[in-house]
Design a binder for this molecule. Structure first.
Ligand code: ADP
Ligand code: SF4
Length: 688
């Protein structure tokens, strides 16, 4: 099947200054949690995106000098020639497939940590670190500005030498250059502060100097925010943005446009839908003749075409859609739209960078594993035998195991207890705002339906006898996990009540089963991710008073890593959910909940009719243990594994990964002692 002619426009080449992008698919700079530490891993990951048809492929942020360092958040660097060699791995790999490679130059200012280099960062003024570290920046004097410009120029030259086709001036996201532009942040009284012309001066100089340095061979792109902030009503506040933009509009070769509020720009699907930036940046193309790229978690080719045809953007910018499906452009080109693995907008990819570990993705388990494990999102090793595989449970783990084994060519039987496939993703997707999570199931179900070698048995709750009767060669138990009613006190699970009051204690599974509490309800969040907030919203929507209690200092603490905590907090506030942080639930008698202060302050009581415990999950591994209860592993006529939440309950990305790993490794020789290649800086080239 070929490409639908409606989408032809997406495959037109576009000139960017001295270079030409082969199509309009543009992977914008995005965090990878790898930075300068994992050059081979990065090169292999980006190579796959080039294979998958992305016309332009960017790096993440490249520090131009050690006084801009962001560890523990991994950043790339262009400090010296070893960086040039490391980046050349990527540019070569990307060029091999006809795509352009782009490098984003970065100076963090008050928004960088410098915990690695220990050098003071510099900014417009001596400002507190915006990530909460007790360090302030040095106020830049004229010499500092000259130094910065020199470092930027040298980094641009290194980018060119590394083979990049596009070099970025990064003037947004609260980093140094955007602080110079900002009317309230920039309080300088010299020629770099005060008037608009003065505040724009540094950006103008950096664009011009980058063009002078590399403009004969590389395009110069500018990353810029279309608005100054978002108002209370959600409407953009442009401030001087338009004027600023008009002053610079034809200087660079390309504009990469985003918006000031990162939690909207990079919003989770619960709060931000596809093409959400358009209301903020729709005017940009009317002010410049240069090509424009912007993002919007685009996965629908019709939306992409509409954006281009209506003159909103020239390129379809993507970070997350390119992570979830590195082959998205190719699938559109080949007319295989149902094979697109759509991003679910969970921001687990971003969380990896927040934590400081290599990227992972809920939809694409091969992300980050291209080099160290040799995994590919589309190409899997052929099966090693004619073995039959039984998978019990069609949640995220079971579905992915069945899909990947199906691609490998194995005969697969997938048995699912309920009528609906998807397990927890289908159940969670029915909760408020979570609908896009269903894509984890939809993509896999669609793929499985098209595989003649995979048989799906719905409404088939298997027993140990059933499993033995199937006579499969391999059995994977993927039966998930069940939310507990107890608290976890960091040592053990403890019940909060007993007797009749137990019937007033609910779990997320009850809520997802439609068993809703009646009356004032306390939601106890010992889990720390999104679930408690979603449950609170669901119950509040029934008209009940809801109090969300958490031992943490903040609602949905872990969701800070996915950049959604702030949105959750505001959302709950607007819904009228009362939030009590730093409190543990110690007892509930059916009428009163007793809360202990985690700092040793006085206990408090809250009159409520119900509690919902969002604490921990118990693996559903009775089937696994039941099989082993019949026969020892050596006597079993099949290999037996448990995968996903039934093995170790975790986030959806972990279940998908577990299912994929099972399928990749089945009947393959895996060295358990060295299960992955170790990427690291090549010490052979560096004297001590
Ligand atoms: P994971 O995230 O590990 O994939 P899920 O909870 O999403 O786990 O999915 C587990 C799936 O297993 C659910 O769809 C559930 O209905 C199914 N399941 C549980 N027990 C059995 C069983 N005995 N036979 C078949 N399916 C089962
Ligand atoms: Fe999308 Fe989630 Fe994958 Fe990130 S981790 S690309 S948000 S599906």
């Amino acid at each position: 099947m070929g490409r639908d002619s409606r989408y032809d426009i997406l495959f037109e080449p576009v000139q960017i200054g001295p270079v030409t992008a082969p199509n309009r698919f543009y992977q914008v700079p995005h965090c990878t949690g790898m930075g300068w530490q994992y050059p081979r891993t990065l090169a292999a990951m980006r190579k796959v995106k080039a294979q998958g048809g992305w016309g332009v492929i960017c790096t993440e942020y490249n520090s131009i000098h050690p006084s801009s360092d962001d560890l523990p958040h991994p950043y790339a660097s262009l400090w010296d020639d070893s960086d040039v060699r490391a980046h050349a791995l990527m540019t070569d790999a990307v060029h091999e497939h006809g795509s352009l490679a782009a490098a984003e130059l970065w100076y963090g200012g008050a928004n960088s940590n410098n915990l690695f280099s220990r050098l003071p960062s510099m900014d417009v003024d001596s400002r507190p670190n915006t990530k909460g570290h007790p360090y302030q920046t040095r106020a830049m004097d004229k010499q500092d500005i000259r130094d910065l410009r020199r470092w930027h120029r040298k980094a641009a030259l290194r980018a060119r030498d590394a083979g990049f086709d596009v070099v970025y001036v990064y003037a947004t996201h609260g980093y140094l250059i955007s602080n110079f532009l900002h009317p309230r942040v920039n309080t300088r009284s010299d020629e770099y502060g005060g008037s608009l012309e003065n505040r724009v001066r540094l950006t103008r100089e950096l664009i011009q100097e980058t063009k002078d340095a590399v403009g004969d061979r590389c395009a110069v792109a500018v990353r810029f925010s279309a608005d100054e902030e978002i108002g209370e009503d959600g409407q953009p506040i442009y401030g001087e943005r338009r004027e600023m933009f008009e002053m610079l509009s034809d200087l660079p070769d390309l504009w990469d446009i985003n918006i000031a509020d990162y939690s909207v720009e990079m919003g989770v699907s619960r709060f931000t839908k596809e093409a959400a930036l358009e209301p903020y940046m729709h005017w940009v193309k009317s002010v410049t003749d240069k090509p424009v790229v912007t993002v919007g978690r685009f996965t629908s080719p019709d939306t992409m075409v509409s954006q281009v045809r209506r003159g909103i953007t020239d390129f379809i910018g993507a970070a997350r859609p390119s992570i979830a499906d590195p082959y998205l452009p190719k699938k559109i080109e080949e007319g295989r739209l149902s094979a697109i693995r759509e991003c679910i907008g969970c921001n687990v990819c971003y969380a990896s960078d927040s934590i400081g570990v290599p990227i992972r993705c809920s939809q694409n388990p091969t992300m980050g594993e291209e080099w160290r494990k040799g995994w590919h999102p589309e190409i899997l090793r052929k099966k090693s035998s004619e073995a039959r595989v039984l998978i019990v449970g069609a949640g995220a783990a079971g579905l992915e195991a069945a899909r990947a084994l199906g691609v490998r060519g194995y005969d697969v039987l997938l048995a699912e207890a309920s009528r609906e496939l998807g397990g927890r993703v289908s159940r969670e997707a029915a909760l408020p705002g979570m609908s896009e999570y269903i894509r984890v199931k939809d993509y896999r179900e669609q793929q499985l339906i098209e595989m003649p070698n995979v048989e799906i048995y719905r409404e088939s709750p298997l027993t140990v006898d059933d499993i033995l009767a199937v006579e499969a060669d391999h059995v994977a138990i993927a039966t998930g996990a069940t939310w507990r009613k107890e608290c976890f006190d960091e040592e053990r699970f403890v019940p909060v009540t007993e007797g009749a009051a137990l019937s007033r204690v609910f779990t997320p599974d009850d809520i997802m089963d439609g068993k809703l509490p009646d009356g004032p309800t306390l939601v106890f969040d010992g889990d720390g991710y999104y679930m408690a907030s979603v449950i609170a919203e669901k119950i509040r929507a029934q008209g009940h008073a809801v109090t969300l209690v958490t031992p943490s200092d903040s609602v949905s603490d872990w969701a800070g890593k996915t950049s959604e905590r702030w949105r959750i907090r505001t959302h709950l506030l607007r819904l009228g959910v009362e939030v009590l942080p730093s409190k543990s639930l110690v007892q509930f008698d059916g009428e009163i909940a007793e809360l202990e202060c985690t700092y040793g302050g006085p206990s408090v009581t809250v009159p409520v009719a119900n509690t919902v415990m969002v604490t921990a999950r118990k693996p559903n591994d009775s089937l696994y243990r039941g099989v082993l209860g019949r026969m020892s592993p050596e006597d079993l006529p099949f290999s037996l594994r448990r995968i996903g939440d039934c093995d170790a309950p975790a986030i959806i990305a972990a279940a998908v990964y577990a299912g994929h790993r099972y399928a990749q490794e089945l009947e393959e020789a895996v060295d358990e002692d060295i299960p992955l290649k170790h990427d690291r800086v090549d010490v052979g080239q560096q004297p001590i």
